[in-house]
Design a protein around this ligand. Structure first.
Ligand SMILES: [Zn+2]
Length: 223
C-alpha cells in the first residue's frame, strides 16, 4: 500500500489558524464581514483555501454564512452562550470523572501551581489576560487528563466562543469575581484529590454555571 505524501501544513490549515486567531482575539469583531477576495489577497493565497477555512469556521459556529448577504464573524446572543456553557459543563464533568483515575502527578502539580498564580491580584489588562490564560489552562488539564481525543476536539471547538466573550467582557469592564473563582477552583482540586466524582462534578458545574450567568449579564448589558 502506498500513499501520496501530504504537505505538513496545507494552505487551508494556515488560513484557518490565522482567521480563527483573528476572531478569537477580536481583531475581527462579531458582525464584521469576511471578504474572500480581500483575505486571499492579504494572505497571498488563492480563493480555494480561504473558502475551505471559512467552511470549517462555519461548522464551528465562528462565522455565519447568510444567503444573498455574505459571510460574517458570528455574533453571540445570550442563548448562544447558555447553550455553549451547558455543553462545556457536560464535557468538563465527563472529562473530570475520567481524570480522577488518569491524572498524572505532574498535571496535579501544575493544577496546584495554577491555583497559586490565579490568586494574584489583577490590576491591569496584561494581568487580566494572563489570568484568563491560567484559567483556561486549569480547565484544559482536566480535558487532557481524560485522554479522550474526541472530547478534546469538541471542547476546542466550543472554547472559541467562550474566549470571544471573555475578551469582550474584558473590554466592557467585566468585574472579575476573583475570590469566588479561587474558592471554586480550590474546591475542584480538593474533590479531584479526594477522588470524589460526585463532589468534583458538582463543583465544576457550579463554577461553570456561575461564569455562564456572569457572561450572559455582560452581553445583556451591552445590548
Ligand atoms: Zn475556572
Amino acid at each position: 500500500m502506498e500513499f501520496v505524501k501530504i504537505r505538513r501544513e496545507r494552505a487551508v490549515d494556515a488560513v484557518y489558524d490565522a482567521l480563527r486567531q483573528a476572531i478569537v482575539s477580536c481583531s475581527m469583531k462579531p458582525g464584521e464581514r469576511l471578504n474572500v477576495e480581500e483575505l486571499a489577497g492579504k494572505m497571498g493565497v488563492s480563493l480555494t483555501p480561504v473558502r475551505g477555512a471559512i467552511q470549517q469556521l462555519a461548522t464551528e459556529g465562528l462565522v455565519e454564512v447568510r444567503p444573498r448577504s455574505g459571510t460574517f464573524v458570528a455574533s453571540l446572543t445570550p442563548q448562544d452562550l447558555d447553550e455553549t456553557f451547558k455543553l462545556r459543563s457536560a464535557l468538563e464533568c465527563l472529562a473530570a470523572e475520567e481524570a480522577i483515575e488518569r491524572i498524572q502527578p505532574e498535571q496535579l502539580a501544575r493544577l496546584h501551581e495554577l491555583l497559586k498564580s490565579l490568586k494574584r491580584k489583577v490590576t491591569n489588562e496584561a494581568e487580566r489576560r494572563a489570568h484568563e490564560q491560567g484559567n483556561s489552562e486549569f480547565h484544559q488539564i482536566f480535558i487532557d487528563a481524560s485522554g479522550n481525543q474526541r472530547l478534546a476536539d469538541m471542547y476546542h471547538a466550543l472554547n472559541a466562543h467562550i474566549k470571544i466573550v471573555r475578551i469582550h467582557a474584558g473590554e466592557s469592564g467585566w468585574p472579575l469575581r476573583l475570590q469566588e473563582e479561587q474558592a471554586e477552583h480550590e474546591a475542584i482540586v480538593a474533590a479531584l484529590e479526594a477522588r470524589d466524582a460526585a463532589a468534583l462534578t458538582a463543583a465544576l458545574r457550579k463554577h461553570i454555571y456561575r461564569a455562564k450567568d456572569a457572561m450572559i449579564a455582560v452581553i445583556r448589558a451591552a445590548e
